[in-house]
Design a protein around this ligand. Structure first.
Ligand SMILES: [Zn+2]
Length: 154
């Protein structure tokens, strides 16, 4: 499970460097989450709201719209899906063009103590006899225990 507070702070940092009143983007993106009209329309249609782009300049509304959008596309299951759908739309997590964005998000996630494996799972700290050894995702850990080489996880 992901921590939505961490997700929202990371998206805010990547979208507008943590700026409360960032300038509008080239494609008409506004506010701390750089929300576009089509993104907002999607949320308004789904939830029966009548929010405007101007509303999305305010933190509370921008966060509400972002979370509803990600919820609508079932994107809150992982940090990767959430970040890439926010950036690239409903199928953003399948598009290669959202990878650079996701890499920027990962840098900030690491700063928040969240390390995401290349397989998409969150890494946890491994302890051996109470001593922390290194960070690994569940699959890497399983393979490590089984003495198998894992080609996917880094
Ligand atoms: Zn992994």
């Amino acid at each position: 499970m992901i921590d939505v507070h961490i997700l929202l702070s990371v998206l805010w940092l990547v979208e507008s460097s943590g700026n409360l009143h960032p300038p509008d983007g080239k494609a008409g993106e506004v506010g701390p989450y750089q929300i576009r009209q089509c993104y907002l329309d999607d949320v308004n249609n789904e939830y029966g709201t009548r929010l405007t782009l101007d509303d999305c300049r305010k933190m509370t509304a921008a966060r509400w719209v972002t979370l509803r959008y990600l919820e609508k596309y079932d994107a809150l299951s992982s940090y990767e899906k959430a970040c890439r759908v926010h950036n690239g739309g409903p199928r953003g997590h399948e598009k290669a063009c959202t990878l650079p964005y996701w890499n920027r998000c990962k840098t900030f996630l690491r700063a928040e103590g969240v390390d995401v494996c290349t397989c998409g799972e969150q890494k946890v700290r491994l302890h051996v006899n109470g001593d922390p050894v290194h960070m690994a995702c569940p699959a890497a850990m399983r393979d490590l225990v089984a003495g198998k080489k894992n080609e996917v996880c880094q």
